[in-house]
Ligand binder design. Structure first.
Ligand code: UD1
Ligand code: CA
Length: 469
């Protein structure tokens, strides 16, 4: 397939209708920039690809190189329409047939493009393109395929004066054209009053010169072009719902699928339950039997089997092993690891840290740059003070240690195996194995002093009377 066909992606346009300052092709849909959709498709088909870039070309070029696509970029210096964009690539043409795709049509599938290629070949066509019937008059922004007697042409929205319910075959912007026809015809296309050359005018030219034209019709949801943020939303919902359906078919329960944000590169094991408003992003992998409750956000997280994540927890760039319990309101980030059956409870932050098997930090704690062994108990309100304002340091808490509530551990510091830190301690020296460390003010208790003190204070009754007068 690849030697006979080469592909051109048109990606130089100005994104005017997006009304943003960024090219629309850099907006993500389920975690992937829009321009990556045609790039992925052509990469899977093994077709050599040229991308026409212009408006914010540095952004497009960066996406191409960051993700290692082998596509070559050609510059269209002034945006003079889709026909002109294609003409800019003329020197690159070498294959027998050119496959041209708009850069803003992420819903088209590899199967549909393959169908177009096969159809073009089997019918020996000169020009083939994809279209879709949609009689909804509110659908705007598409060229309409008009057949009059023997002639076929594409009339753009701005020039269309007919009945949209009748002339309702819409051009998808995916074309397969024989190179010799293109070389001859493309330079001859007229410039429209707007100063643009339309690739779509090639169809009329082919028709006028009695070339064989084929049209492959596919469902409208696959041809949708993205010109506006509204259309981006529709496309993302369609792609998202396909993804969610796929995971449902693999045994994943979504309690409120319409509220879930999910990227393309996520994997989820069977018997997992994904709650309301959950975000699953950026290569996150989820094992079997995992429960993720409402409003939790996972970004590049690796979650093993049977983990429970309570609501409002965020996990990014971190690993969670089997049967760990997290949240609600936990934050796990910066390359942290929670080992098997560990418990990270409410309002606990874990940063650049490892929490050993069956260790627990259940309430109101900060663990930063900390390595925690097995079966360690971190009391409520424990803080590892890893930053002294100048430099950052590590804390080590060994197996079976117990850190009493409201302790501050001043790094660098090591708490030995089985050691006990008394509640309210500020620890700035290492604690040996099995030792008890207490670092707090001694308690002073004055017998019978409470009632004496109460007598000294003005009785409440007197105060009340004073207020009411
Ligand atoms: C185009 C088609 C229309 C079709 C629709 C499908 C033309 C004239 N019209 O319209 O028939 O129904 O797609 O979605 O082709 N681009 C360039 N350089 C330019 C202009 C555009 O590279 O000078 C690129 C854009 O970045 C975009 C693609 O070409 O990726 C299509 O351009 P766009 O302006 O979105 O065309 P539509 O108006 O949608
Ligand atoms: Ca478009």
């Amino acid at each position: 397939m690849s030697a006979q066909t080469q592909a051109i992606i048109l990606a130089a346009g100005k994104s005017t209708r997006f009304s943003t300052t960024k090219t629309k092709l850099s907006y993500t849909i389920c975690g992937q920039e829009m321009i990556r959709f045609p790039l992925n498709l052509l990469q899977s088909l093994g077709i050599k690809t040229t991308v026409v870039v212009g408006y914010q070309q540095e952004v497009i070029r960066a996406i191409i190189s960051q993700h290692g696509y082998s596509a070559q970029c050609i510059e269209q210096t002034i945006q003079k329409g889709t026909g002109h964009a294609l003409l800019c690539t003329k020197k690159q043409w070498s294959a027998k047939t050119l496959l041209i795709l708009n850069g803003d049509a992420p819903l088209i599938t590899q199967e549909q493009v393959t169908q177009l290629i096969n159809h073009h070949r089997s019918t020996n066509a000169t020009v083939s393109f994809i279209a879709s019937y949609n009689a909804d008059p509110s659908v705007i922004g598409y060229g309409r395929v008009i057949t009059e007697g023997d002639t076929i042409s594409i009339v753009e929205q701005r020039d269309f004066t007919g009945d949209p319910a009748k002339e309702c075959r819409l051009n998808a912007g995916v074309y397969l054209i024989e190179r010799d026809f293109l070389e001859q015809t493309l330079p001859e296309l007229e410039t429209h009053p707007s100063g643009e050359i339309f690739i779509t005018d090639l169809i009329k030219k082919a028709s006028e010169t009695n070339k064989h034209i084929e049209v492959v019709d596919i469902p409208f949801d696959s041809v949708r072009g993205i010109n506006t943020l509204r259309e981006l939303w529709v496309a993302e919902r369609l792609i998202r719902s396909k993804l969610i359906n796929k995971w449902m078919d693999n045994g994943v329960r979504f309690t409120s699928p319409e509220s879930v944000e999910i990227d393309k590169d996520i994997t989820i094991g069977a018997d997992s339950i994904i709650g309301f408003g959950v975000q699953l992003k950026n290569g996150t992998t989820i094992g079997k039997g995992v429960t993720i409750n409402s409003f939790s956000a996972l970004n590049n997280a690796s979650i093993a089997d049977n983990v429970t994540i309570h609501s409002h927890s965020t996990i990014s760039n971190s690993t969670v092993k089997d049967k760990a319990l997290i949240g609600p309101y936990a934050r796990i980030h910066r390359n942290s690891t929670l080992h098997t059956e560990s418990v990270i409870g409410n309002f606990v932050e874990v940063s650049k840290s490892s929490v050993g098997p069956q260790s627990k930090a259940k309430h109101l704690t900060y663990l930063g740059q900390t390595t925690i062994g097995t079966k360690v108990n971190i009391g409520a309100g424990t803080i590892t003070c890893n930053y002294n304002g100048v430099s950052k340091h590590n804390t080590i808490i060994k197996d079976n240690a117990f850190i009493g509530s409201n302790s501050a551990l001043l790094a660098p510091v090591t708490i030995g195996k089985g050691a006990l830190v008394a509640a309210g301690s500020t620890i700035n020296q290492d604690v040996p194995d099995n030792a008890l460390a207490i670092a707090r003010q001694k308690q002073v208790t004055k017998e019978q002093y409470a009632s004496k003190l109460k007598n000294k204070i003005q009785p409440a009754q007197t105060l009340k009377q004073a207020h009411s007068t």
